[in-house]
Design a protein around this ligand. Structure first.
Ligand code: HEC
Length: 156
């Protein structure tokens, strides 16, 4: 039993593949084994976001602007997962991390605009900002929810 020594050409091809793709080419399952040891804090953060969104719709219906502003500020300043979990998530996302951050920033900005509109009691702008906020939630979910659930929760 011995490892077949690689030729110089094979080594060069592998090095090039690493440079071009930014990763060693492994079968998907080996490069990306499931990571389900610890449940994600992200899930609890998401549930809180959902409750605050419900609080916003209720506040809009009542024109309770202080309530809308308070909920929107909480959404904008939502807690982040602990560092170790962020590293797990970053390792999983690889090159997609930039898109994830973009959606996060988009939701942060829309939530801030919603809070400001509520403080001005500007209903039309509040509704527009709320639509943008929901667009950010939906965009990130459409792109990331299923892969996250499969990878971190073993659920399709
Ligand atoms: C940057 C990406 C991103 C943004 C923005 C985002 N989510 Fe999520 N959300 C996820 C991912 C990934 C999951 C699936 C993983 C999980 O459940 O932990 C998820 C799951 C959820 C869930 C399901 C949690 C459960 O109980 O299984 C809810 C509810 C949720 N998000 C609400 C929201 C709301 C409301 C917003 C907008 C205010 C939002 N999310 C914005 C990434 C995002």
């Amino acid at each position: 039993m011995s490892f077949t020594p690689r030729t110089t050409t094979q080594r060069a091809a592998m090095a090039l593949a690493v440079i071009l793709t930014g990763s060693v080419l492994l079968p998907a399952s080996a490069a990306n084994p499931p990571d389900q040891a610890t449940p994600l804090a992200l899930t609890a953060i998401m549930r809180d976001l959902s409750k605050d969104m419900q609080g916003v719709t209720d506040g809009l219906a009542r024109e309770d602007w202080p309530a809308v502003a308070q909920r929107a500020t909480r959404i904008a300043d939502h807690p982040q997962p602990p560092l170790a979990e962020k590293l797990r998530i970053l390792a999983f996302m690889g090159k997609d991390a930039g898109h994830f951050r973009d959606y996060d920033r988009q939701s942060h900005d829309a939530a801030q605009q919603l809070a400001q509109a509520a403080q001005r009691q500007d209903g039309a702008s509040a509704i527009a900002a709320f639509a943008n906020l929901q667009g950010a939630c939906l965009g990130c979910h459409q792109r990331f929810r299923q892969p996250f659930r499969e990878h971190f929760q073993g659920q399709p």
